[in-house]
Structure formats: structure tokens, C-alpha cells
Ligand binder design. Structure first.
Ligand code: ADP
Ligand code: MG
Length: 346
């Protein structure tokens, strides 16, 4: 075959393959967009595990009418302008791929109204050329994205979706992860018209444990040790369970880097090392590290443009970050050891 440029819709479907794995990936991308738009109320409506419908409503900044079509095209973003911006990312998004990818594998409608615009407008993409159609609509300030019939035109992907229950469980996990990143935002999650989760906005730092315990359970917050570590412009905070309270399942393991949840090998290693051998307590008795942790460092000291789904990062000073995390966690865990020793000697 001679070399040819791919049709736009096919190029977008290929890009979708990297980040849109299942309904939960759509929820993640859309909720991140809502957060980037400054929303503090986000409603997530799901039908049939997300295969029928995913609808995200927010009260964020909205998209002006004349940018709606652009928002749906690939490599179009309002979040970065230059390489310098890319090297110090402050937003969750920056690739300008999510809406284009999703709309190439589902029926997507984008409805939006910025505060300064009198009426709302709606855009959707029609047919193979990905050209957007526009129509006036009714909508308060903010944005609603509706995604119907995910993977209707990509049978290979559709085959890989599991039962509604399994897909919804993945969505719930995504919502939990995001809820732990933004205490100041109210999240509502509905499945088949029934409210499944409600996380009210938390305004005061002192109330943070309310959000943590509604996401992770009070058994975690009742026993977890506070982590507070600071060195120059780098800080680590959060909660870690002492060994005796660590869970057998690896289901409370949340690590955020500048507000983004990560599955990073370097950090996982530091956490394991902080616990040392103590997690292996004989065959069948193994426990998993249990934690909710937040690492903050200057944006230019970490590269988030490593993986399309952005769950890996590269630290410019990897060794120092590893040791800083290790030290912070050891200090927190040591407070539990000394409390236990006190109890035994009393
Ligand atoms: P990215 O988030 O990487 O910029 P997306 O394809 O996810 O790319 O979104 C494209 C653009 O559409 C964003 O840069 C933003 O300007 C706009 N946008 C998307 N969702 C929203 C939203 N919920 N509220 C306001 N603007 C949005
Ligand atoms: Mg995005």
C-alpha cells in the first residue's frame, strides 16, 4: 500500500486506544476536565455500568460557543501554549486528546455556557469527518458532557467490557481516587438513577478526615497515623496505617503527586521499605501497605508527560524524593511503635 494520511476519525480512534480503555477511563478524563475548569460541584450519572450512558455535569467556567468545535478536535487545549508550560504542568489535562478520543468511539454531546454568554450551546460530532454540529441549548453556567453507547463503532473494544457491575466498580474506584484529591469539591455519583455516593465539599482542613473516612472507611481513619514532613519546597502529608491495622487487601493505597493520583514504582518502593519486614507475619498473614498520601513539589521538578494516562511520573531528583518519602513515613510509623512499647511496659 502507498503511504497515506489516516482519516481523522481513525487517527482519533487509535489515540483513544491509549487512554480510553473502559467506561471508567471516560469518567476519569471528563471529571478531570471539570476540575480543570474550576468546578466545585460535579455530578456523575451512569447507566448500565457506563456502556449505555456517562454524563458529567459541572458548574465550572464553561466553553464559549466558538470554541466548542475546537474542544472536540485533537491536539486542541486551553491548558498549555508552549514547551515551557509543558515542563511545569499545573492542570490535570494538557494533551488535548480526551474529547476527540471519546467522541471517536461513542456518541458525545457537549453542552456548555460560560458565565459571560447569555445562552448555552451544544455541540456533537457527526459522521466520519469529525465535523462538529452546533445548536442552541438550555444549560446553567458550566458544562455537561454526555457519552452514549461507548465503543458502539469499535467492536474489539466493546468485547472487552465486563458486566455492568464490574464496570461500575471501576467507575466507583475512579470517583474515590478523585474525591480524595479534592476535598473542596462536592461529588455525586448516580447509577441507573439512584444515588450511590455523595461526598459533600469539605471547607476546613480539620474536617478532612470526614472525606477520608467516607471514602476509605472509618476503620482506616480510626487507626491511621498522621504524616507530616517538609524539606524546602517539598512536602509530604496524609495518613498511613500502622502495621497491625494494615489491610489484607491492597484497596486503600492512594498516593498523590501534586494532586494527581500515581502508581509509581519509586514511591511504592519507599513505602514498602518504610514498613520493612513487619508486613510479612507468617504465611497467609500478609498485610498490604495502607495509606493516603500527598506529595507536593514544584511542578518543574516532576515530569508528568511520561504516559498517556498520566499515572506515572518522573522525578528529576528521584533518589532524594525516595529518601524524603521513606524518612517521612518511618517517622510516622515510629510514633506507633513507641506508643505500643508504652502500652506493653505499663
Ligand atoms: P485537555 O484536557 O488535555 O486540554 P480535552 O480533550 O480533555 O483536552 O479538552 C479539550 C479542551 O476543552 C480543554 O482544554 C478545555 O478548554 C475544554 N473543556 C473540556 N471539558 C471542559 C469542561 N468540563 N469545562 C470547561 N472546559 C472544558
Ligand atoms: Mg482533558
Amino acid at each position: 500500500m502507498p503511504i497515506q494520511l489516516l482519516p481523522v476519525s481513525l487517527a482519533n480512534q487509535i489515540a483513544a486506544g491509549e487512554v480510553i480503555e473502559r467506561p471508567a477511563s471516560v469518567v476519569k478524563e471528563l471529571v478531570e476536565n471539570s476540575l480543570d475548569s474550576g468546578a466545585d460541584q460535579i455530578i456523575i450519572e451512569i447507566e448500565q455500568g457506563g456502556r449505555r450512558l456517562i454524563r458529567i455535569r459541572d458548574n465550572g467556567s464553561g466553553i464559549p460557543r466558538d470554541e466548542l468545535a475546537l474542544a472536540l478536535s485533537r491536539h486542541a487545549t486551553s491548558k498549555i501554549r508552549s514547551l515551557a508550560d509543558l515542563e511545569a504542568i499545573l492542570s490535570l489535562g494538557f494533551r488535548g486528546e480526551a474529547l476527540a478520543s471519546i467522541s471517536s468511539v461513542a456518541r458525545l454531546t457537549l453542552t456548555s455556557k460560560p458565565a459571560t454568554q447569555a445562552t448555552a450551546w451544544e455541540a456533537w460530532v457527526e459522521g466520519q469527518d469529525m465535523r462538529a454540529e452546533l445548536a442552541p441549548a438550555s444549560h446553567p453556567t458550566g458544562t455537561t458532557v454526555t457519552v452514549e453507547d461507548l465503543f458502539f463503532n469499535t467492536p474489539a473494544r466493546r468485547k472487552f467490557m465486563r458486566t455492568d457491575k464490574t464496570e461500575f466498580a471501576h467507575i466507583e474506584e475512579v470517583v474515590k481516587r478523585i474525591a480524595l484529591a479534592r476535598f473542596d469539591v462536592k461529588f455525586q455519583l448516580l447509577h441507573n438513577q439512584k444515588q450511590v455516593r455523595l461526598y459533600p465539599a469539605i471547607r476546613a482542613e480539620a474536617d478532612a478526615t470526614q472525606r477520608i473516612s467516607s471514602v476509605c472507611g472509618s476503620s482506616f481513619t480510626d487507626t491511621a497515623l498522621r504524616v507530616e514532613e517538609q524539606a524546602g519546597s517539598v512536602s509530604l502529608s496524609g495518613w498511613i496505617a500502622p502495621v497491625h491495622a494494615c489491610r489484607h487487601q491492597a484497596d486503600v493505597q492512594y498516593f498523590y503527586v501534586n494532586g494527581r493520583m500515581m502508581k509509581d514504582r519509586l514511591l511504592a518502593h519507599a513505602i514498602r521499605q518504610a514498613y520493612g519486614e513487619s508486613l510479612q507475619q507468617g504465611i497467609g498473614e500478609e498485610r498490604s501497605p495502607t495509606y493516603v498520601l500527598y506529595l507536593e513539589l514544584p511542578a518543574q521538578d516532576v515530569d508528568v508527560n511520561v504516559h498517556p494516562a498520566k499515572h506515572e511520573v518522573r522525578f528529576h531528583q528521584a533518589r532524594q524524593i525516595h529518601d524524603f518519602v521513606l524518612h517521612g513515613l518511618r517517622s510516622a510509623l515510629a510514633t506507633a511503635d513507641s506508643a505500643q512499647e508504652l502500652m506493653h511496659s505499663a
